[in-house]
Design a protein around this ligand. Structure first.
Ligand SMILES: Cc1ncc(COP(=O)(O)O)c(C=O)c1O
Length: 422
């Protein structure tokens, strides 16, 4: 497939230079179904990015679409501030019955605003309020969002520089394997906590991703996560798991921390919780942490009722039985086998792969190679993005509903793109 870039368009003349994904994929998209998008000229693209993890159930999923159309057609509430609505009640009941209760998770649910960074801001604010301390520990290569509080616990130097003000009260620690296993886990962190001369203010909380999505698909080992949870308990710090990208089944289980058998104090969820790609986010916390005063953390768009409808429909359709997790793990094995074969075929590129469930990354010795591969994949009709501090990792994030045949098709395009750019 050869795709001509669109003529100088209103995107280039009017839209800000800050736009980004449209630069990687120079097409004008018009419609989408499942794992495929179509541009206005009718070219089809297989989507291995899934709205950066916001479309775990695919584009315009028919089950969710039906629920949404029915709701809109009967003039269900669209905008609801944080009023009580039937849609919100149905979502909360479904979330409790399908997600929280079967996992024995005691959380209360807060609607902090529509995007992921809203949930992170709420989590940080709550942790500080509960503990009466301002310092938060994050990890190298973490990504938690673009608003100032979230940016202060984000690693990427380019993104941090955009803040324009000092980013304070965040301290980075080495993520799992950051030091290539040369030192015992958390030896530096705990030493700083125990040493009155270390200069580290006692943190209110630690915020962590179980798999760093934007940071390069860095997978924390379950034992590392368990040791972190124990450290937090020992040192009286709250543990926040940011499950915005890796939650909602991306790694297999509904929450990515389930595999490690830990129960974080606070969890942030967004992206695919709305099910249909509609903005929605949640901050979950242990009931004893619910020290908010009414209205103390507020916002106009905390009640996206159409998202409550599609969120509840997604939970009913995909999580009421245990099938989704098994399916994701099986499809993940399919991806892993293909990546292993590509790495073996191109030994000279020094390629390696890593991942869990349906999130995978492929890294090359030459950091520029990942961008070349993604560009070539686009020319062959596959949407892929890079991740990592130097965009050195090809990131695979297909919808969880992608069929084995579609996965195979995309993986063959990936193999071809690596071969052609080697
Ligand atoms: C782990 C994590 N936290 C927070 C965010 C921020 O979410 P949003 O872009 O919706 O503000 C992201 C976005 O990629 C993320 O991956």
């Amino acid at each position: 497939m050869t795709i001509a870039p669109p003529a100088l368009s209103v995107f280039e003349t009017l839209e800000s230079e800050v736009r980004s994904y449209c630069r990687s994929w120079p097409a004008v998209f018009d419609r989408a179904q499942g794992s495929r998008l179509y541009d206005e000229d009718g070219h089809a693209y297989l989507d291995f990015f899934a709205g950066a993890g916001a479309l775990n159930y695919g584009h315009n999923n028919p089950v969710l679409k039906r629920a949404l159309i029915d709701y809109i057609e009967r003039d269900g509430i669209t905008h609801g501030l944080d009023m009580g609505t039937t849609a919100k009640r149905a979502f909360l009941e479904t979330f409790q019955n399908v997600v929280l209760r079967p996992r024995d998770l005691p959380y209360k649910v807060m609607f902090p605003g529509p995007t992921g960074t809203n949930a992170v801001e709420a989590a940080l604010k709550l942790a500080r309020k509960v503990k009466g301390r301002e310092s938060i520990v994050s990890f190298t290569n973490a990504f938690h969002g673009m608003s100032l509080g979230s940016l202060a616990v984000t690693g990427n130097a380019f993104k941090r520089a955009g803040a324009g003000v000092p980013l304070v009260h965040g301290t980075p620690m080495p993520f799992d394997n950051y030091l290539d296993g040369q030192t015992p886990d958390f030896i530096w962190f705990e030493r700083l906590l125990d040493d009155q001369g270390s200069g580290l203010n006692k943190p209110a909380a630690v915020i962590v991703e179980t798999v760093q999505g934007e940071g390069g698909i860095n997978v924390a080992r379950p034992e590392w996560l368990r040791a972190l949870a124990e450290l937090c308990k020992r040192q009286d710090m709250l543990l926040i798991v940011d499950d915005i990208q890796m939650g909602c089944g991306r790694t297999g289980a509904f929450f990515s921390f389930e595999e490690a058998g830990i129960t974080p104090d606070i969890v942030t969820l967004s992206k695919s919780i709305g099910g249909y790609g509609l903005p929605m986010s949640l901050c979950l916390f242990r009931p004893e942490l619910d020290v908010w005063e009414p209205g103390e953390h507020n916002g106009t768009f905390r009640g996206n009722n159409p998202a409550f409808v599609t969120a509840a429909a997604a939970l009913e359709a995909y999580w009421a039985d245990g099938q989704m997790e098994k399916q994701t793990l099986a499809r993940g094995e399919q991806v892993e086998a293909a990546l292993r074969a590509i790495c073996l075929e191109h030994d000279q590129l020094g390629a390696s792969y890593r991942g869990r469930g349906l999130v995978w990354g492929m890294e090359f010795e030459d950091p520029g190679q990942a961008t070349k591969v993604c560009r070539r994949a686009f020319e062959h009709g596959l949407l892929l993005e890079t991740s990592g501090p130097r965009s050195e990792v090809v990131k695979l994030l297909p919808a969880l509903t992608t069929t084995p045949e579609e996965l195979d098709e995309g993986l063959r395009i990936l193999a071809r793109s690596v071969r052609e750019t080697a």
